[in-house]
Design a protein around this ligand. Structure first.
Ligand code: ATP
Ligand code: MG
Ligand code: MG
Ligand code: MG
Length: 477
């Protein structure tokens, strides 16, 4: 089954059960504190918290998500994308635990011929919060699961709260067992990759206060309106149902991976390192395209910086596959073709969106060419002198002269078996920032009496803090 068909089955199943189908919200949130929509619940927060009455009692949706904190997993695990689509069904004070468990189990295990997803119950495991006897009992009675396939876990995996006074509640997660060839026995409690988490059911049940951390609080009582929030990874069920090894091999992603293989002349499946790179490229190209479609453009701060880093990581991965020239014109077009049935704006807006990607690649290829030569020299010299650490001043120079991002320096150094004196680099960056701020202050004083410059100054006199501010925030990239 194609990804689109799985998505359609999900929506139709809930539509038949009186759920209002809600279109995906943008990847860009209204909340400045949250860069991107990281889960299906984000656009529903006002309804879930009770601030705004929900316009429907039941809803279902496919929400576009970006999770940059999964970036290190991309290509290495089978199941983590920086972009993915979260299928969700929602109850705002309507059905609760029993309804949520019934629907999830029925949709997963009803045969494909009867409109379900056709999972074999033998392959499914569930987890519940350790004290949630009610959920455990429901899984036994509704799904007929034996006790040993209902595992009780602690708050860190099976409890939801915002870390603030307000709603909270236990979760129950459904896992697919890929079989003994993929790892050890023992169910999801082993945390082994053999068990793929496919669906998370959140039971928003309690009001909490005295919150000292996300998992440390006092339950005040039951919520007057209990809600259901669920999230199932579309790419995860797609890879399982399509009988491929991971989400990057599914129909919406694979064409880009194949093209990366073709352009580099490296066969997918021949070398683990190359395979990871091809998967990173396929993932990052798609995430970048989806971000561009939601109005993000590359820049040195905030959301634009994340987009820039995703594209640059993709470009760098192509280089590691031995391709030095531009590839974005082809890779982005392939991603558009794979995604445009689900997101028609990718087709209609493509020339405008791809122009950003193509320009970014041109600039970064120039940066890379210049910086890499210098860095290669440092690596060679460090090795020759028997050292293992590249000087912080060297990394700073690369950054300052070529705009060479520190994590790229770290990555290249690591590949060469070296480290970088990060502390020295950070000190130099801090010094530079302090200098820039002092300069800005003295320029401001000098201009203080010239009212005519005021407007110009407000626009032009921004201190460049992009890399320093964001490096800490996004070392993940
Ligand atoms: P995992 O433990 O595998 O990282 P998670 O517990 O972080 O997943 P949730 O926050 O519970 O995931 O999100 C709900 C569902 O969304 C997951 O059960 C999974 O199917 C899907 N999902 C989460 N993160 C990703 C991702 N990075 N790429 C693809 N699908 C994802
Ligand atoms: Mg996760
Ligand atoms: Mg999890
Ligand atoms: Mg989860």
């Amino acid at each position: 089954m194609k990804t689109a068909e799985l998505a359609d089955r999900f929506l139709r199943y809930f539509e038949k059960r009186d759920h209002t189908i809600v279109p995906s919200a943008s990847l860009v949130t209204d909340d400045p504190a949250l860069l991107f929509t990281v889960a299906g619940m984000v656009p529903f927060i006002p309804y879930l918290s009770g601030v705004v009455p929900a316009p429907f009692r039941r809803a279902a949706d496919i929400q576009k998500c970006i999770r940059t904190n999964d970036i290190e997993e991309v290509g290495k695990t089978p199941r983590h994308g920086t972009f993915f689509q979260m299928l969700g069904n929602w109850s705002f004070g309507d059905y609760f635990k029993e309804g949520a468990i019934t629907y999830a189990w029925e949709l997963l295990t009803t045969s494909e011929a009867d409109g379900g997803l056709g999972f074999d119950p033998k392959d499914l495991w569930v987890t519940v919060y350790k004290d949630d006897d009610e959920a455990a009992r429901l899984w036994r009675t509704i799904a007929g699961l034996p006790e040993e396939r209902i595992q009780r876990l602690d708050k860190d995996t099976n409890y939801w709260s915002t870390g603030l006074p307000g709603p909270a509640g236990p979760c129950s997660e459904i896992f697919f067992d890929q079989g003994p060839a993929y790892g050890i026995d023992g169910g999801p409690a082993t945390d082994d990759d053999r068990y793929v988490e496919i669906w998370n059911l959140v039971f928003m049940q309690y009001a909490i206060d005295d919150v000292t951390s996300k998992y440390d609080f006092r339950i005040v009582g039951e919520l007057p309106q209990k809600n259901i929030d669920t999230g199932m990874g579309l790419e995860r069920i797609a890879f399982i149902k399509q009988g491929v090894q991971n989400m990057y091999e599914t129909d919406q992603v694979r064409p880009v991976l194949d093209l990366a293989s073709e352009l580099s002349g490296r066969r997918y499946g021949a070398d683990h390192g190359d395979d990871v790179r091809m998967r990173i490229i396929a993932d990052h190209v798609r995430s970048s395209l989806m971000l561009l479609a939601d109005g993000v453009t590359p820049s040195n701060e905030g959301r634009g910086y994340i987009l820039r880093r995703l594209m640059r990581r993709g470009i760098r991965s192509m280089r590691l596959l031995g391709v030095d020239g531009p590839t974005f014109p082809e890779l982005f077009a392939a991603s558009r073709d794979a995604m445009k049935d689900a997101y028609p704006e990718l087709g209609t807006e493509y020339s405008r969106l791809s122009a950003y990607a193509i320009a970014e690649e041109e600039t970064f290829l120039r940066t890379l060419a210049a910086g890499t030569t210098t860095l290669d020299l440092s690596v060679a010299e460090t090795k020759k002198s028997g050292g293992t650490t590249i000087a912080g001043s060297e990394a700073f120079l690369l950054h300052d002269t070529y705009g060479f991002p520190i994590d790229l320096t770290l990555e290249i150094a690591e590949e060469a078996g070296l480290t970088v004196d990060r502390a020295a680099f950070d000190t130099l960056m801090l010094e530079q920032r302090t200098r820039a701020k002092a300069d800005a202050r003295s320029r401001k004083r000098a201009l203080a009496d010239h009212g005519v410059y005021r407007e110009f100054r407000a626009k032009g006199e921004t201190v460049f803090t992009g890399y320093t501010d964001l490096e800490t925030e996004s070392t993940i990239l």
